[in-house]
Design a protein around this ligand. Structure first.
Ligand code: SF4
Length: 63
């Protein structure tokens, strides 16, 4: 699984971080950082939920 974020769409509102803090982090500079672009399979449900709640539809998963 590979995580791709369209940073042009991202609004840095940290909703993804609330779902999957192991993978997504919005820092004090107000930018989103991907902590792990290739997370293990057990995190997939959390990452899918993060993608679902993203209002900008900025997160996609690739197998
Ligand atoms: S939920 Fe979407 S818009 Fe918000 S920080 Fe995450 S990727 Fe960006």
């Amino acid at each position: 699984m590979k995580i791709v974020v369209d940073f042009d769409k991202c609004k840095s509102n940290a909703l993804c971080m609330a779902e999957a803090p192991e993978v997504f982090e919005v820092r004090d500079d107000n930018f989103l950082y991907i902590l792990n672009e290739n997370p293990p399979a057990e995190l997939r449900p959390l990452v899918e939920e993060a993608a679902r709640v993203c209002p900008a539809r900025a997160i996609t998963l690739q197998d």
